[in-house]
Design a protein around this ligand. Structure first.
Ligand code: GLU
Length: 420
C-alpha cells in the first residue's frame, strides 16, 4: 500500500473549503478535484558511459478553462504523480487569482539532475520533450522552470520542439516554453521574478502595518532560483539574512550573510555546503531561530505542527509551493503568525512567464523597467485583493486566495456552461 499523499490531500481539502466558502456549484468542485489529463512517459537516454537508462517523465494538465495549460517542469529524484497533481491544481488557482489567461499544469522527470553531466541533462530534456510530442504547444500547454530546471533546460525544450514542429511557422513555436534565456527569446526579469514577487508581498505586509523593513531579519530555506533572488533583494532593502538552508544543511549568522557572495558560491558548488561564513546548525535550530520573516523557498511539506510550534518569526512568505502543511497552518493561525500563501507569494514567476509569452507572440521586446513595473503593480494589486477579502470575511490569507481563485473559475464556468 502506498501512503496517502499529504500534499495532494491538503490541496484537495483547501479547494473543497474554498468551494464551500465561495458557494460554488458541486460540478465545479468535482471538476477541480481531478486533473483533466495525466500523462506519464518512459524514454531511454544514452548516458556518457555508453549505457542506456530509462527515465520516467510526467505532464499533468489540471485545467485549461482560462487559457492554455501552464506550469513548471520539475527535475527531482522524488518526483511523484500525486505531488504533481497537487502542484498542477495550484497552478490553475494561481493563474486564476492573478488574472492571467492560463490554466494549470505541472510536470517533470524523476531524476537527480546534480548526478547528470550537462550532456546527459540535455539528452534527458530533449528525449522528454520528444516523448511529450504534441501534448505541449504554444497555444496548448506551456512549460516553464521549476525545481531542478532552469533557462538552459527551457532553451533545449524550445529547440527540440521547434526542430520537430515542421518548417512553416517555426518561429511561432518559440513560445512553447517560458523562462528561456534572454538571448534565446526569454524576457528581461524572468530569472528574478519569483524573488521579486516574494519581496513585493513582504513590502506590502510591512506597509500595511507601518513597519520599516530596514534592520529587520530573515531566514531563507532553499537557495535556488527563488531563495537566492529573495535574499539578494531583501539585502538591498536592508533586511539581514541571518539563516539559510538547503538539502545539504543549515547555517546561521547573526551578522547576516552576504547574499551576493552566497549566490556566487552556490552557483559554483551547487549548494551552501561548506560555505565559509556563519555556523552550521541543525534543521531544528534553523526553524527555532528568532527572526522577523521566514521565506521557505525549497520544497513542499517543510513546516508541520512541530516546526510551527518552535518558529520565532512574525511572517512566513511561501516562496515554494506547499511548504506549510495543514497541521502547521493550524498552529500558525493559533499563534498569530501571518502567512502569505504560495498562490500569491510565488506568483511573480508565472506572471513574468505570461509577459514572456505575450512578447514572443507579438514580436516585442520589453525592457526591464517595463517588466518590473508591471510585475510590481500586478503583485501589489493581488496582495490587496487577498488581504481585503481576508479582512472582510475573517479568512486567512490562504483561504482568501483560494476563494478568489475558485470564484473566478466558477464565474467562467457559469457563463460558458459545460460542453456539450
Ligand atoms: N514553476 C513556477 C510556479 O510554480 C512557474 C511556472 C510558470 O512560469 O509557468 O509557479
Amino acid at each position: 500500500m502506498t501512503e496517502p499523499n499529504v500534499f495532494l490531500a491538503s490541496i484537495r481539502q483547501q479547494m473543497d473549503r474554498a468551494a464551500t466558502l465561495a458557494h460554488v456549484p458541486d460540478h465545479v468542485r468535482a471538476i477541480l478535484a481531478e486533473p483533466k489529463n495525466e500523462l506519464i512517459v518512459h524514454f531511454p537516454v544514452r548516458m556518457d558511459d555508453g549505457s542506456f537508462r530509462l527515465f520516467k517523465g510526467y505532464r499533468i494538465q489540471h485545467n485549461n478553462l482560462l487559457g492554455p495549460y501552464k506550469g513548471g517542469l520539475r527535475f527531482h529524484q522524488d518526483t511523484r504523480l500525486d505531488d504533481l497533481k497537487a502542484l498542477s491544481a495550484q497552478m490553475t488557482l494561481k493563474c486564476a487569482l492573478m488574472n492571467i489567461p492560463f490554466g494549470g499544469a505541472k510536470g517533470g522527470v524523476k531524476c537527480d539532475p546534480s548526478s547528470l553531466s550537462s550532456d546527459e541533462l540535455m539528452r534527458v530534456t530533449r528525449r522528454f520533450t520528444h516523448a511529450l510530442g504534441a501534448n505541449i504547444g504554444p497555444e496548448y500547454d506551456i512549460p516553464a522552470p521549476d525545481v531542478g530546471t532552469d533557462a538552459q533546460v527551457m532553451v533545449w525544450i524550445m529547440d527540440t520542439y521547434m526542430n520537430t514542429a515542421g518548417y512553416s511557422g517555426r518561429n511561432a513555436q518559440q513560445r512553447v516554453v517560458t523562462g528561456k534565456s534572454v538571448e534565446c527569446g526569454g524576457t528581461e526579469g524572468r530569472a528574478q521574478a519569483t524573488g521579486k514577487g516574494v519581496v513585493h508581498c513582504i513590502t506590502e505586509w510591512a506597509r500595511e502595518r507601518g513597519i520599516a523593513l530596514e534592520g529587520k531579519t530573515a531566514l531563507v530555506q532553499g537557495y535556488g532560483k527563488v531563495g537566492s533572488h529573495t535574499a539578494l533583494i531583501l539585502s538591498k532593502l536592508g533586511v539581514s539574512v541571518v539563516g539559510v538552508g538547503d538539502h545539504t544543511g543549515y547555517r546561521l549568522n547573526p551578522e547576516g550573510f552576504n547574499a551576493h557572495r552566497m549566490a556566487e558560491y552556490v552557483k559554483k558548488n551547487r549548494s551552501i555546503e561548506g560555505y565559509p561564513a556563519g555556523e552550521a546548525c541543525s534543521r531544528a535550530d534553523f526553524f527555532a531561530q528568532e527572526a522577523d520573516i521566514l521565506v521557505p523557498a525549497a520544497l513542499q511539506n517543510q513546516i508541520g505542527a512541530g516546526e510551527a510550534k518552535t518558529l520565532k518569526v512574525k511572517l512566513i512568505v511561501e516562496g515554494a509551493n506547499g511548504p506549510v502543511m495543514p497541521d502547521g497552518d493550524a498552529v500558525l493561525q493559533e499563534r498569530g503568525i501571518d502567512v502569505v500563501p504560495d498562490l500569491l507569494a510565488n506568483a511573480g514567476g508565472v506572471t513574468v512567464s505570461y509577459y514572456e509569452w505575450v512578447q514572443n507572440g507579438r514580436q516585442e521586446i520589453w525592457d526591464s523597467e517595463k517588466v518590473e513595473g508591471r510585475l510590481e503593480r500586478s503583485m501589489k494589486r493581488a496582495y490587496q485583493r487577498v488581504a481585503e477579502r481576508a479582512r472582510e470575511q475573517g479568512f486567512s490569507m490562504r483561504e482568501a486566495a483560494n476563494v478568489l481563485a475558485v470564484e473566478r473559475l466558477a464565474r467562467v464556468y457559469a457563463e460558458r456552461m459545460i460542453f456539450p
